[in-house]
Design a protein around this ligand. Structure first.
Ligand SMILES: [Zn+2]
Length: 477
């Protein structure tokens, strides 16, 4: 898994967003799972396009036991740490924004490529809409089982007749999360659907082709590039032209990290404010925390925690501390990681959750508790980066944060030598583009290290302290 440092000749291609057809310059190539992928940039709208256009990862009808096990782990990761409630809330609110509030209930919420169906679940339970949920992959069955949705197993190019009949009979808003970039001819597919229905607005969630950074670690970009699965990645201009050509006079866009939430509508569409997203997200997650499925409930608690910590929301923190004391006892989880138990017993949100519980402990002046949670972050990150590097980028980022926070806390109580150890780990990791700290973390570590002067004779003591720490971390005593 690495970028290739070489430029290929320009190639003839057609942009799926602005329809420009010409010679496209090479942007970047990389190797993933033994294959080379090459990406070219549209000279008109700067969207990225894979050449050749290949889908390698369609889910086959029958699967081997190993594939089923991998899918189960993938579902577990998605529920525990993979999805962003803010994206879900913003995209659902964006689809709803396409029609005036008084008319919403007349409209169908059509969720195609729904994945598990969390957006449909939100639209139905939180906003009272009638939903149509369509998902081709076996995740559809999980959504049906966990969320009680009626999910049609189909691709957007080939919707079943009952869905098309309902679309023809009632106006709709369409929600396409991670769909457009998978289609060989997205404009053609949507145009033929529009010819048979009354679509008032389409809200899309797509990777931002303009934000792909070839100077960043490939691992951090890979979930967005999704080689063999995505065919092209639009830019803001690309999406604007795409919706204009489909006949939508209104365009609205919001960036969320490396994703674009882009809306084409017939009437004025105002995207949700931060406050609306926050209220929607918090209500949704509190509801999910009570779900009988532990992946879904634990994942919801893990997503609520950072907001509770950052907002110093003591009422939520009391509830969440109690929840995690029951479901993620720190010493038992530490022992489980040291013993190498399977991922069935380790929640994927454990690393981020341990990080936020450390920040919470430090904020309460509980230094030892904070360090113990940071130790758990270290153990968890090593394990995740080894077993599932593709899921590890958020946790790797938080490990860098944990080290800087721990050093700050240690420095504040005069434990300068140990503080310096954690800062050096951050600084020394800078050369590692996969496992290393970010440039910002390194800069903060260097600034703090510069302020800590070495008291005489400290070196021997720091070694002793660290050896002891490592011994305990490894043996669990
Ligand atoms: Zn283009």
């Amino acid at each position: 898994m690495e970028w290739i440092e070489r430029t290929e000749p320009a190639t003839t291609a057609r942009c799926r967003y602005c329809a420009y057809e010409a010679s496209f310059p090479h942007w970047k190539s990389f190797i993933f799972e033994g294959r080379t992928f090459s990406v070219f940039r549209c000279p008109s709208c700067a969207s990225l396009i894979y050449v050749p256009q290949e889908i390698l990862s369609r889910v086959p009808e029958t699967q081997t036991p190993e594939e089923i096990a991998n899918r189960r782990i993938g579902d577990k990761y998605y529920l525990e740490a993979g999805y962003s409630t803010d994206h879900i809330a913003l995209a659902v609110l964006a689809a709803l924004a396409g029609v005036p509030p008084a008319e919403r209930e007349r409209h169908l919420f059509v969720d195609i490529g729904s994945g598990l169906g969390l957006s449909s679940y939100m639209a139905r339970h939180q906003f009272g809409l009638t939903t149509i949920t369509v998902e081709p992959s076996p995740t559809a069955a999980l959504g049906q089982e966990l969320l009680g949705l009626d999910v049609h197993r189909a691709y957007i190019e080939d919707l079943p007749e009952p869905v098309l009949q309902r679309l023809a009979a009632q106006p709709s808003v369409m929600h396409l999360n991670s769909v457009i970039e998978h289609l060989l001819e997205p404009a053609e597919v949507i145009r033929s659907l529009m010819a048979r229905s009354h679509i008032e607005a389409i809200a899309t969630v797509v990777p931002d082709g303009g934000a792909m950074d070839a100077d960043a670690a490939l691992g951090a970009m890979l979930p967005y590039l999704a080689p063999g699965d995505h065919l092209h990645l639009p830019t803001e201009i690309g999406m604007r032209l795409f919706f204009r050509d489909l006949g939508f006079p209104i365009f609205a866009l919001r960036r969320m990290g490396l994703l674009l939430i882009a809306v084409g509508a017939r009437q004025r569409a105002d995207l949700a404010s931060e406050a609306e997203i926050e209220t929607t997200r918090t209500r949704f997650l509190h509801g999910l925390m009570a779900h009988r499925n532990p992946w879904l409930a634990g994942g919801a608690a893990g997503r609520l925690l950072p907001h509770a910590v950052l907002n110093r929301d003591e009422a939520s923190l009391v509830e969440l501390r109690r929840y995690f004391a029951g479901t993620l006892p720190r010493e038992a989880m530490t022992a489980a990681l040291q013993q190498g138990v399977g991922w069935d017993s380790i929640p994927f949100h454990l690393g981020p959750t341990a990080f936020w519980l450390a920040i919470d402990a430090y904020a309460r002046g509980q230094h030892q508790e904070g360090h113990a949670w940071c130790d758990l972050v270290e153990l968890f990150t090593d394990r995740l980066a080894r077993d599932y590097p593709i899921y590890a980028s958020q946790t790797l980022h938080l490990r860098g944060e944990a080290r800087v926070h721990r050093a700050n806390d240690l420095a504040a109580i005069g434990e300068w030598e140990v503080a310096r150890h954690w800062l050096r780990l951050v600084i020394d990791s800078a050369g590692d583009r996969v496992l290393g700290a970010s440039a910002d973390q390194v800069a903060r570590a260097e600034a703090l290290l510069g302020r800590l002067t070495a008291p005489a004779g400290s070196l021997r003591r720091v070694r002793r302290v660290l050896l002891e720490w490592w011994r305990r971390a490894r043996t669990g005593h």
